[in-house]
Design a protein around this ligand. Structure first.
Ligand code: DX5
Ligand code: ZN
Length: 222
């Protein structure tokens, strides 16, 4: 039986001058959720979106908001992103001193808690936190910018994480972020991804509906 792999367009590559229109088109194309990249200029070199914009986005779309916090000391801003209407909050393992406290707080607030790993962070660092989270977001580019190339060795990491989750029988979702395109989507899904984030490949495609049709077709027998 094939499983449904979800698509999360990453707003980072959308046209911010026409955000409402972009949100509508993303929803109409049948995206499963919206991935929102929050960057602070410290944890990553880039600065992007804050809670105020997430709140505006929340009012403009019914899509679940998958908020990826690429910020240092994320615990300082969790409350703001909860109030803004996020559905999932993902923090970076590398940015949290008290990761268990942080993810517990997110879950107690009624949201899904995710933990993200940079490409160079080994999977074993997830070992003790896995039973306490809803999602792992594996970065397959170095975080900070859209439009970078997928780091090839990441396929093995995805497979290893999927194996780890199966062996431990944990219902944790595996999300992959960075360099995902229609050409490599199937291989990434077959390696074990549940959710594919797609930024530049989605928003530069010119026809979101056609792209989503292609992706659904490509992923139909995973
Ligand atoms: C990168 C972000 C990604 C980015 C992906 O730091 O976390 O979500 O938008 O963009 P693409 O799909 O273009 O690699
Ligand atoms: Zn992201």
């Amino acid at each position: 039986m094939s499983r449904k792999v979800k698509i999360a367009p990453s707003l980072l590559s959308a046209d911010f001058l026409h955000l409402a229109q972009e949100l509508r088109a993303t929803e109409e194309a049948g995206a499963d959720m919206l991935h929102i990249d929050v960057m602070d200029g410290h944890f990553v070199p880039n600065i992007t979106i804050g809670p105020f914009i997430v709140e505006a986005i929340r009012k403009a779309t019914a899509l679940p908001l998958d908020v990826h916090l690429m910020i240092e000391e994320p615990e300082r801003y969790l409350r703001d992103f909860v109030s803004a209407g996020a559905d999932t909050l993902t923090v970076h393992l590398e940015a949290c001193t008290h990761l268990h406290r942080t993810v517990s707080w997110i879950r107690e607030s009624g949201l899904k808690a995710g933990v993200s790993l940079n490409p160079a962070t080994p999977l074993w660092s997830l070992d003790s936190i896995l039973p306490d989270i809803d999602l792992v977001l594996l970065m397959t580019v170095n975080p900070g910018f859209g439009g970078q190339g997928f780091i090839q060795g990441s396929l093995e990491k995805i497979k290893a994480l999927r194996k780890m989750l199966l062996e431990r029988e944990l219902p944790v979702l595996l999300e992959v972020d960075g360099g995902v395109k229609p050409e490599n989507a199937k291989a990434i899904a077959q390696a074990g991804a549940d959710i594919l984030v797609m930024g530049s490949a989605f928003y530069t495609s010119g026809d979101y509906q056609a792209l989503m049709r292609t992706l659904r077709e490509t992923l139909s027998d995973v």
